[in-house]
Design a protein around this ligand. Structure first.
Ligand SMILES: Cc1cc2nc3c(=O)[nH]c(=O)nc-3n(C[C@H](O)[C@H](O)[C@H](O)COP(=O)(O)OP(=O)(O)OC[C@H]3O[C@@H](n4cnc5c(N)ncnc54)[C@H](O)[C@@H]3O)c2cc1C
Length: 466
């Protein structure tokens, strides 16, 4: 087994193989409870579960719980996720793994299904609701439960034991482990296919049918024209990025009118692609400028895993109070500064501000479920500038971010919004409203990029949609 032990955590103190009150061998499968890493490829948790099933000489059942109560999730998110799950279910069954899709809460469903299980293996998510589910499963199950980190390159606690101040403090800690963790994840043959394992579950032949079994908030429409869910789609898009666009990744990193970015964030958010796979592909890409490799790894691993570190070690990661003290103080000092423009969340949501650049960004996010990083920064900074208080701005930015972005509700969402308000940044020269928090303005966009071409691009998207 080539899975680094640092990825594996026991969630219970029950020894594997010796089950409380039952060692007679009538427990007859291992469960992989899939929740974060929604893929059949390059999935450490899945391969660990295969190893455990082989060790016990029994079949493997993969379980996914489809809940309609996930905070802030709507039809846009569910459609993308369902497309991925249909593909993943088929791929698992091809390997002889029984895929069981159930509607409901994992804290109840997984322990129930595990009545006859030798062990439960789960993957790791970092947000509050994911951690609560893990705790409920570990408390409710009578067998040992192991959690395997498969959605980061460097496991969170290997990188650091505390909330880091900034990219500069976590960077050396992450880079020191890169060679150890950027390794292919071998597919391990399952010795006992689950041919006789009958288990009731929802159909996963079609995403629409799958979603018809649960009631989902339909207020935000799917963006299938721009993003189709699934591992195959993610791999195809990433190959295209490597073949045609990564060469301009550095030069166009603040050029939102271009498209020289990977657009992997929705696939990473739903665990449909492995960050280890992406890092490995880039590192092993022949004839790619080493500076570009470093720039991409900086975003994919250092910045992304700084966000994981933030969420993992900061209980109130989604509240204004999570900000560093200097940022809270300077924003409080300027809370009463007059605002030339003030917009409610309704006006922001309607993209009805005086600023055509900002409106274009809001339109992009509503129409496509995505936005270029440079415009995300501008978008958030203006919400801070135009809201009645920094606390209201923080709340509204999180609501809009998570409502429309396919990659929303992610550690990156919370770290990205908090960055607008000073997280992981330093103090700058003080000015109105922002205090010492970094400022951005429209003149900067006009100077640094072809912002008019960006507005035209979004106009075209809107016209095509109408
Ligand atoms: C206000 C604000 C809100 C944001 N909200 C989200 C969000 O909801 N979900 C989300 O995934 N990202 C968010 N980000 C971070 C970043 O903008 C996106 O991850 C990135 O734009 C996704 O595009 P890409 O996949 O083409 O990135 P690429 O440039 O191709 O980078 C590859 C991967 O690296 C990671 N990455 C890239 N830039 C950053 C960054 N600045 N910080 C952390 N990780 C990064 C992402 O996982 C990304 O998919 C936000 C940033 C800001 C400033």
């Amino acid at each position: 087994m080539n899975i680094d032990p640092a990825r594996i955590h026991s969630l219970t103190d029950r020894p594997a193989g010796k089950l409380p009150g039952n060692t007679s061998g009538n427990k007859n499968y291992v469960i992989y409870w899939m929740q974060q890493s929604q893929r059949a490829l390059w999935n450490h948790a899945l391969e660990f579960a295969v190893c455990r099933a082989n060790f016990h000489g029994c079949p493997l059942m993969a379980v996914f719980c489809l809940t309609n109560t996930f905070p802030e999730a709507n039809l846009r998110h569910y459609t993308f996720m369902a497309e991925g799950l249909c593909e993943t279910g088929r791929e698992l069954e091809k390997r002889g793994i029984r895929f069981v899709l159930r509607a409901g809460n994992p804290g109840q469903i997984v322990p129930d299904l595990a009545e006859q299980a030798k062990e439960i293996i789960c993957d790791r998510g970092y947000t509050r609701v994911q951690r609560q589910w893990q705790q409920h499963v570990a408390e409710g199950a009578r067998c040992p439960v192991f959690c395997v980190e498969s959605d980061v390159v460097v496991p969170a606690e290997t990188a650091s034991q505390k909330a880091e101040y900034a990219a500069r403090t976590i960077r050396p800690k992450i880079l020191a482990h890169l060679d150890r963790f950027v390794r292919p994840v071998a597919e391990i043959p399952l010795e006992n296919p689950a041919t006789d394992l009958e288990m009731r579950g929802l159909a996963f032949s079609d995403p629409q049918k799958m979603l018809s079994c649960i009631q989902v908030d339909g207020s935000v429409s799917p963006v299938t024209r721009f993003f189709k869910g699934g591992t195959r789609e993610a791999i195809g898009r990433f190959d295209d990025f490597l073949d045609n666009r990564i060469a301009r990744y550095i030069q166009n990193s603040n050029q939102p009118q271009t498209d020289d970015i990977s657009r992997m964030s929705p696939y990473l958010h739903f665990g449909q692609i492995s960050p280890v796979y992406l890092a490995w592909k880039v590192q092993n890409r022949k004839n790619l400028d080493p500076e570009i490799k470093t720039a991409f790894i900086e975003e994919l691993v250092v910045r992304r895993e700084l966000a994981v570190n933030f969420v993992w070690f900061t209980k109130n990661y989604d509240a204004f109070s999570c900000l560093p003290d200097w940022a809270k103080k300077t924003l409080a000092d300027h809370a009463k500064d007059p605002r030339k423009y003030r917009y409610s969340i309704e006006a922001l949501d309607a993209a009805a501000t005086h600023d055509i650049y900002w409106n274009a960004a809001m339109d992009e996010m509503k129409s496509t479920g995505f936005m270029h990083n440079y415009m995300r920064m501008y978008w958030g900074k203006k919400i801070l500038e135009w809201s009645k208080s920094p606390e209201t701005a923080f709340k509204n930015a999180i609501v809009l971010n998570n409502k429309y972005f396919l990659d929303g509700r992610d550690p990156n969402s919370f770290a990205g919004v908090a960055w607008i308000f000073g997280l992981h940044d330093r103090a700058w020269k003080a000015r109105d409203i922002f205090g010492k928090v970094r400022y951005m303005n429209a003149a900067g966009l006009e100077r640094k990029c072809d912002i008019k071409a960006y507005v035209d691009k979004i106009e075209q998207i809107k016209t095509q949609q109408a």
